[in-house]
Design a protein around this ligand. Structure first.
Ligand SMILES: *[C@@H]1O[C@H](CO)[C@@H](O)[C@H](O)[C@H]1NC(C)=O
Ligand SMILES: *[C@@H]1O[C@H](CO)[C@@H](O)[C@H](O)[C@H]1NC(C)=O
Ligand SMILES: *[C@@H]1O[C@H](CO)[C@@H](O)[C@H](O)[C@H]1NC(C)=O
Ligand SMILES: *[C@@H]1O[C@H](CO)[C@@H](O)[C@H](O)[C@H]1NC(C)=O
Ligand SMILES: *[C@@H]1O[C@H](CO)[C@@H](O)[C@H](O)[C@H]1NC(C)=O
Ligand SMILES: *[C@@H]1O[C@H](CO)[C@@H](O)[C@H](O)[C@H]1NC(C)=O
Length: 403
């Protein structure tokens, strides 16, 4: 892996510098170069230190990324040259086209919204649309509204990836007009991942060939986003029913109680879990298994970090400040029962909530990947219809009869 190799070359170099023979020779030559030479040497050393600092994935580079004002990126990060004396790109190919921007000068490139995204006044929440669409369908918009409605204390961001946002689409229009704590942001992925471990994976591996690549990009970006900014992450198929802000630094358990569900996560900025998750994704990426880089990955990271094997033993103590919420919190229904959301019930059954919909349920994961083909009728007795009516009223009233 070239990315690692680069680091190794650096550390070898530093080690060599430190070896006694070199030090002695250096000291003797220092005596003969005079004050101008010393000054020059000092400058070189400072530059070298800065280079090393920004070359690694340090916390500093994140702070830098947030604070810097917009610098238009030169060239493409996937094909830019690492440096003048190393004419190869991030993937190690020799035919690079332009110099790489110095790391630490990248901005999140959040079109017209970087100031708001970086504002510290409110806790942030994120949704990610990674399929290349610049708008939301009614079900996605319902998720976004449900979180925004029940959590006025959150600033909710919907990130669109490498696509202009289409504000003339009804869902976006309605939400934008109604909720002041909601932002739509289009990110330039090239800049967004610059200087992070995802960069090499993104530009240099064949992750796009996999059948689940949209989902896997979303896996990587959710961990990275939470690491960068801190806050909540929600899948676009979770209908939120209550405030979530009482809970922090958690992931929810999946309905089987054996796995975690990575569709809802909170992590403080620069949390170790999200750092480990990003690194694990790059290190053990599998394009052929849907859950390998998301829920399964989080479980691997947690087992390692908490040093326990089962979810029941993972808590704020064993996981040192992180927690696994019970399945009732966000995934009360098992994915094999996803069709229950869409079943038409008898009228006399609709007064009672389904047994799994207890007061402990904070949000309901509706398994869009399995259920997107099931139509929702607006005046039906379907459970989904009831959830939408109560938790995303604006979108529900704007939705067509069948959505
Ligand atoms: C750059 O070089 C690689 C091989 O190192 C080659 O596969 C690729 O097509 C080249 N790209 C361009 C734009 O010349
Ligand atoms: C929202 O913020 C206000 C003021 O800071 C606080 O009183 C309230 O408890 C918060 N609500 C939730 C659900 O966290
Ligand atoms: C934006 O959405 C509107 C309404 O759905 C559509 O007519 C238009 O073609 C879209 N524009 C782009 C650039 O996709
Ligand atoms: C609902 O009505 C059907 C017949 O219309 C009846 O068989 C069923 O027992 C009723 N269920 C409840 C919970 O009352
Ligand atoms: C959909 O999600 C379930 C678990 O929630 C998973 O087992 C399945 O592989 C996923 N299918 C696709 C096509 O993404
Ligand atoms: C919706 O309700 C109206 C009357 O309340 C009824 O006429 C119509 O058939 C219903 N539509 C569906 C799709 O159930």
């Amino acid at each position: 892996m070239i990315y690692r190799k680069t680091k190794n070359v650096m550390s070898l170099f530093v080690k060599k510098l430190a070896s006694t023979k070199v030090v002695i020779r250096l000291l003797s030559s220092l005596c003969s170069i005079g004050p101008v030479g010393l000054f020059f040497l000092g400058c070189c050393a400072t530059a070298l230190i800065f280079f090393i600092r920004f070359y690694q994935w340090t916390d500093t580079s994140y702070v830098q990324m947030e604070v810097e004002k917009k610098v238009p990126p030169r060239g493409h990060r996937g094909t830019c040259c690492l440096s003048v004396d190393r004419p190869e790109d991030i993937c190690g190919r020799a035919n690079c086209t332009s110099p790489c921007l110095q790391l630490g000068h990248f901005t999140p490139a959040l079109e017209g919204d970087s100031a708001k995204l970086c504002s510290q006044e409110k806790e942030r929440a994120f949704f990610l649309e990674t399929s290349g669409s610049g708008s939301l369908n009614f079900r996605q918009a319902c998720s976004v509204e449900s979180l925004t409605l029940h959590n006025p204390n959150l600033t909710v961001h919907v990130l669109f990836v490498d696509v202009p946002i289409n504000y003339s689409v009804t869902t976006l229009l309605k939400l934008k007009n109604k909720y002041s704590n909601l932002r739509f942001v289009s990110i330039n992925l090239n800049d967004y991942i610059a200087g992070t471990p995802l960069e090499h994976w993104y530009h240099c591996t064949d992750w796009r060939q996999g059948p689940f690549h949209v989902s896997h990009l979303s896996d990587g970006l959710r961990f990275l986003t939470l690491h960068k900014y801190g806050g909540y992450y929600f899948d676009l198929d979770v209908i939120v029913m209550q405030p979530v802000t009482y809970y922090r630094n958690f992931v929810g358990a999946a309905a089987d109680g054996q796995y975690v569900a990575s569709g809802v996560i909170h992590a403080d900025r620069k949390n170790t879990i999200t750092k480990l998750a990003v690194e694990e994704l790059v290190r053990n990426y599998r394009s052929d298994i849907w859950g390998h880089n998301g829920p399964d990955l989080l479980l691997r990271v947690l087992k390692n970090w908490c040093e326990v094997e089962d979810l029941q033993s993972m808590n704020y103590v064993t996981c040192r400040g992180f927690n696994v919420l019970p399945k009732s919190s966000f995934q009360p229904l098992h994915h094999s029962n996803a069709k229950e959301f869409f079943a038409h019930r008898l009228v006399n059954q609709t007064t009672a909530n389904p047994v799994w919909l207890t007061k402990n349920v904070i949000g309901v994961h509706t398994f869009n990947n399995l259920s997107k083909g099931q139509p929702i009728h607006k005046n039906s007795t379907q459970i989904y219809t009831g959830l939408a009516r109560h938790n995303c009223p604006v979108i529900f009233s704007a939705a067509p009869d069948v959505f």
